[in-house]
Design a protein around this ligand. Structure first.
Ligand code: ADP
Ligand code: ADP
Ligand code: ZN
Length: 227
């Protein structure tokens, strides 16, 4: 918790299925900061069978949020790792106003701040279609889609060779709860950063390439010139 830190945190906000995970790795590499995804970390805890993973399971399976206190601690620990010393791209966190306030307090303690909050906007009917067709790598958590972003070899991750699976929380009944939870608990976080003047809106309802270019523009990097 030294005061020499000047963490510059960039937030990637958006509903479930907005395409955050699809864009985050590339965006984090461009910014030179690590990608920290709360959902990925929670799924790793579940796979390892940690106490946190066991606690999180019932919430995740219902599409509810895992309690703030444990998620805040998990992210704080991750941000204490050396690679996050100068900031991180946060994906899926904060998801409640309480999480946002906890993050801001932590950053303020060390002279850092939320530099930019990017909001990837996608209409609800498109979100549902994306989640219903999502296939995820068991090993590296890269997301594919059976229509919009097909793996080169069916059932196999092009990035690492891992097996693809459909997340149990991408079932239709759970998805509608996740979208409702998003509107109730997470949309106020988007409004908070809009009021603070740090929100950049990106149209997420375009091709993966077009969204990538819009994100680069939002963080002030030039889009790659097509060869
Ligand atoms: P999030 O992390 O926001 O929940 P994902 O990145 O996992 O979202 O994307 C959700 C689903 O939509 C995945 O199946 C992904 O392949 C697909 N997808 C992502 N971006 C796009 C896009 N721009 N157009 C069409 N499908 C997309
Ligand atoms: P998606 O991008 O499809 O919404 P995530 O992988 O971000 O999915 O999250 C999956 C689940 O993990 C959420 O439905 C929720 O149960 C839990 N989760 C992830 N991030 C948080 C968070 N910041 N606070 C509380 N629960 C979270
Ligand atoms: Zn993989």
């Amino acid at each position: 918790m030294g005061l020499h830190h000047h963490d510059e945190v960039v937030l990637l906000l958006g509903a479930p299925g907005a395409g955050k995970g699809t864009q985050a790795r590339f965006l984090a590499d461009t910014l030179g900061i690590p990608h920290v995804a709360s959902g990925e970390l929670l799924r790793e805890h579940r796979a390892m069978g940690t106490d946190l993973g066991v606690l999180a399971q019932e919430y995740m399976d219902r599409g509810d949020l895992v309690p703030d206190a444990v998620v805040v601690d998990m992210i704080a620990d991750r941000l204490d790792e050396p690679d996050a010393e100068h900031g991180a791209l946060l994906d899926g966190f904060p998801r409640t106003l309480a999480q946002a306030e906890a993050l801001e307090r932590r950053l303020a303690d060390r002279g850092g701040e939320v530099r930019t909050a990017i909001y990837v906007e996608v209409p609800t009917d498109v979100l549902i279609e994306r989640l219903a067709g999502r296939w995820m790598c068991r090993v590296c958590q890269t997301a594919y889609h059976e229509v919009f972003n097909r793996p080169t070899v069916a059932g196999v991750c092009g990035a690492c060779g891992g097996e693809l699976y459909q997340r149990p929380d991408d079932k239709r009944e759970v998805v509608s709860n996740r979208v409702a939870v998003y509107l109730r608990d997470t949309h106020p976080v988007v409004e908070r950063y809009a009021r603070a003047g740090v929100l950049k809106r990106v149209d997420g309802n375009q091709s993966i390439e077009a969204v990538k270019d819009a994100l680069l523009e939002a963080v002030g990097q030039d889009a790659a010139i097509p060869a």
